[in-house]
Design a protein around this ligand. Structure first.
Ligand SMILES: C[S@@+](CC[C@H](N)C(=O)[O-])C[C@H]1O[C@@H](n2cnc3c(N)ncnc32)[C@H](O)[C@@H]1O
Length: 201
């Protein structure tokens, strides 16, 4: 799996992947809606070579971490995009965080976790990484979204089904987004802003 993603970012320009966005407006709007302060620690899991981390640093957030399983994605973010935040190369389903974060952002990893055991492992990492009263911004393919991405099958969710995956969390906001790929295809996304309320997962 790491080899697959590593190859994607070595073989393609970061602006040519289907998930490319030059302005991640839904992410930034939901992060703003959380109301977290500039010193709050933010982690973007599966952040790849996205511009979100750059935008957050430019906006004034001081503690931004990019985690991705693909070393080539992390290298692109650092060396080509100029991302100066913290970086972690790890599989989110196996990673053991050494600190906690106030906000967890995931655009388009969770929908690759088609096996229940992988989703459970993701939740364990999330619980180990998040502040007791932390926030999560989560975007996955919508119920009518694509059945595959980057050659891998995806699990698609409407807002209720996605919220049901995170029982210890309260839904604060939901959004539907129609993402346009660089070649103009439409990919519907379901977005949630969630507040951590308990550790029962
Ligand atoms: C569809 S891309 C989305 C990238 C980025 N979030 C964005 O919105 O542009 C999925 C990303 O998740 C990473 N990824 C996939 N599975 C992962 C895992 N288990 N742990 C960490 N990163 C993973 C991939 O390397 C890739 O960068």
């Amino acid at each position: 799996m790491a080899a697959h993603w590593d190859r994607v970012y070595r073989e393609k320009d970061w602006r040519d992947v289907s998930w490319f966005q030059d302005d991640p407006q839904v992410s930034t709007a939901l992060i703003e809606q959380s109301g977290i302060g500039w010193d709050a620690a933010i982690i973007d899991v599966g952040g790849g070579a996205s511009v979100l981390g750059l935008q957050l640093l430019a906006a004034g957030f001081r503690d931004v971490t990019l985690l991705d399983v693909a070393e080539s994605a992390v290298a692109t973010a650092r060396d080509e995009l100029g991302f100066t935040g913290n970086t972690v190369t790890a599989d989110v389903t196996r990673w053991q965080p050494r600190r906690r974060y106030r906000l967890w952002h995931d655009r388009a990893i969770f929908h690759f976790l088609t096996a229940a055991a992988d989703r459970e492992a993701y939740r364990w990492t999330l619980e180990a990484a998040i502040d007791p009263d932390g926030w999560m911004v989560l975007g996955t393919f919508a119920a009518d979204g694509p059945e595959q991405c980057s050659g891998l099958p995806t699990a698609r969710h409407d807002a209720d089904a996605l919220a049901a995956e995170f029982p210890g969390w309260q839904v604060v906001a939901t959004r539907r987004e129609e993402h346009r790929t660089p070649w103009g295809a439409v990919q519907p996304f379901t977005w949630l802003l969630l507040r951590h309320v308990s550790r029962e997962t």
